[in-house]
Design a binder for this molecule. Structure first.
Ligand SMILES: Nc1ncnc2c1ncn2[C@@H]1O[C@H](COP(=O)(O)OP(=O)(O)O)[C@@H](O)[C@H]1O
Ligand SMILES: [Mg+2]
Length: 236
């Protein structure tokens, strides 16, 4: 079910008629069928649903990390799956930020180097990249942890670094897959709040997969996935 929120083209994210099929041995798996959604800049969308329903698969498709069996994803009007692999990778680096349940930080790098990495990949001069990274770490309250490797940070601090890394490139859209799933309640609360407010401030769209209905209810929209989503799912 699609609810049109904004004139076509002004949405930061639009997914139209997405279907993904897998062959799992002889068995066909269809996590979702004909799924559509959209999101405006600075808005947040919670994706909820039981384990195994296809939430991560959907996020991979929205982020250009997988290919839909049918359908299309538009990032600021640009059709992701009409691009060559190289151009899609470039768009991902320029317009998207990712936060995962497990931080996926580089263990051998400091917090500062981890946050600077997306800028260095974009070939920004090192001094500038480190400077921007330090500003972001300060925004997420980690100005005293710049030189710490992930192993010397708490779970909540690692997720803060991951949020800074996701936003340092000024992305149009942030995709977060259960970013608080591995944290205690109080830390989860703070990390969720930080992610939502920083995305809003940066006017980035945010899609967040969460099991937590309390968090989902604080997002601007909710997308509930049920088995064979598309027909069964709803955006509200
Ligand atoms: N590469 C793959 N090959 C086969 N099946 C897959 C693949 N990726 C995911 N699936 C299946 O798709 C379904 C949805 O998985 P997933 O998106 O990880 O669910 P969730 O994130 O909601 O827990 C599951 O049944 C999973 O086994
Ligand atoms: Mg998942």
């Amino acid at each position: 079910m699609t609810r049109v929120l904004s004139p076509e083209g002004s949405a930061v994210l639009r997914a139209v008629g997405l279907t993904r099929r897998y062959l799992d041995g002889p068995r066909e798996v269809v996590p979702f069928h004909n799924l559509s959604l959209e999101l405006a800049a600075g808005q947040s969308l919670a994706v909820i649903g039981p384990s195994g329903v296809g939430k991560s698969t959907l996020l991979h498709l929205l982020g250009g990390l997988d290919k839909p069996t049918t359908g299309q994803v538009f990032i600021e009007g640009q059709a992701l799956y009409e691009l060559s692999d190289a151009k899609r990778t470039l768009l991902r680096n320029q317009k998207l930020g990712f936060v995962y349940q497990f931080h996926h930080l580089l263990e051998e790098c400091s917090a500062l180097e981890n946050v600077a990495m997306p800028l260095l990949i974009r070939r920004q001069p090192k001094a500038e990249a480190l400077d921007r990274a330090a500003q972001w770490l300060s925004k997420v309250g980690l100005e005293s942890r710049l030189d710490h490797p992930p192993s010397r940070l708490s779970g909540g601090e690692r997720q803060r670094v991951a949020i800074a890394r996701a936003l340092v490139n000024q992305p149009s859209l942030v995709l977060a897959d259960e970013p608080t799933g591995n944290l205690d309640r109080e830390t989860a609360e703070r990390v969720f709040e930080l992610l939502v407010t920083q995305c809003q401030e940066a006017q980035a769209g945010l899609v967040i997969v969460t099991h937590d209905l309390h968090f989902a209810n604080r997002c601007d929209q909710r997308f509930a996935m049920t088995s064979h989503s598309g027909s069964g799912s709803s955006q509200a």
